[in-house]
Ligand binder design. Structure first.
Ligand code: PBG
Length: 323
């Protein structure tokens, strides 16, 4: 059967009909809000590369999280900026580091908010790489030890979930083992499984003061050209015990979101990264695009591709737009 019997426009006639047959619906429950925590008190410094986001001390971060909770957001991911950096990123596992203190405060003030932590060394190392260096090469196995200890410190503070973003081989296994030995069987792992060496992280590195001082991340993050390798990364993380898999960035990698959705039963997250956000903000500022329409269309596309969860800097605004 075909035209004129078939007319697809019949179901597009009114907003109500369109809503009735809509295949993908966004909800604030899909979103994970990134937050940047710094030392000190009563600090709120806007991040110029990420309009609408700020470096927050723990007290102001709790305020921000409370606002997000009121908007309908139920999960945040924490990134820390430490007081001091050194070659091994040792401040990443300090019991009184900004992230550890933020977890404690959030679980005390907003116990229902899901607190996820980014686990990586790049904000904590003086060279800005995601692991420790051995003659300029990021030493995989020496880094695992530090990542596991960092994850344990987050679990100790009360994190619901840890999210390693370093791309070392074997980190999920190393972290799972350490958490279980520490009695934290209930702490989940969201693996940045398919994370590319991407130019879309530019604004984040400014926000997190984590740009490598020398070289790039191509010897550990994935080559943007590779699809089959992404399946292998996800397979390994799944086998090592990841509870949630992630694709990052989102927009240039929608094919991989679809691939992982079809290949794995795990909940799937996508990271709508800083560069993707910044491009929308910059174009909207110039009046070239409508921020609300384009952000919701983008988030819908990421979900339609197969993501269950979306880490996005638009989380609060999008939650409010969705009502
Ligand atoms: C840390 C980390 C990065 C991002 C999340 N965790 C930066 C990087 O890998 O260089 C990027 C997030 C974003 O761009 O929004 N490894």
């Amino acid at each position: 059967m075909t035209f004129p019997t078939v007319r697809l426009r019949r179901l597009r006639r009114t907003p109500e009909l369109r809503s009735l047959v809509r295949e993908t619906r966004l909800s604030p429950l899909d979103f994970i809000l990134p937050l940047f925590v710094v030392p000190g008190e009563n600090v709120r410094e806007e991040i110029s590369a990420l309009p609408g986001h700020a470096h927050l001390s723990v007290d102001r971060l709790v305020e921000e999280a409370r606002g997000a909770f009121q908007d309908g957001i139920r999960a945040v991911i924490l990134f820390g900026l430490p007081e001091a950096k050194d070659p091994t990123g040792s401040s990443s596992l300090a019991w009184d580091g900004p992230v550890q203190k933020a977890i404690l405060a959030l679980k005390r003030e907003l116990p229902e908010l899901v607190v996820i932590t980014d686990v990586c060394l790049c904000q904590y190392t003086d060279h800005g790489h995601c692991g420790v260096l051995d003659q300029g090469w990021v030493d995989n196995d020496a880094t695992l030890e530090l990542l596991a200890a960092t994850a344990l410190s987050h679990a100790n503070a009360g994190a619901d979930m840890v999210a390693p973003s370093d791309m070392m081989d074997g980190r999920i296994q190393a972290i799972r083992t350490r958490l279980d030995e520490g009695g934290f069987h209930q702490v989940a792992i969201m693996a940045y499984s398919v994370k590319f060496a991407s130019a879309f992280y530019g604004p984040f590195r400014e926000a997190a003061h984590s740009a490598p001082s020398q070289g790039d991340r191509k010897s550990y993050q994935m080559d943007p050209a590779n699809r089959r390798e992404a399946w292998r990364e996800a397979e390994l993380d799944a086998a090592e015990g990841a509870d949630i898999l992630m694709v990052k960035p989102a927009l240039a990698y929608l094919d991989l979101i679809r691939d992982l959705r079809e290949r794995f039963p795990h909940p799937l997250a996508a990271y709508n990264v800083s560069g993707e956000y910044a491009m929308i903000k910059a174009a909207a500022e110039r009046g070239w695009v409508d921020e609300r329409a384009i952000a919701l269309e983008t988030l819908t596309g990421i979900k339609r591709a197969g993501a269950d969860l979306i880490l996005t800097y638009h989380a609060r605004k999008a939650a409010r737009w969705l009502g």
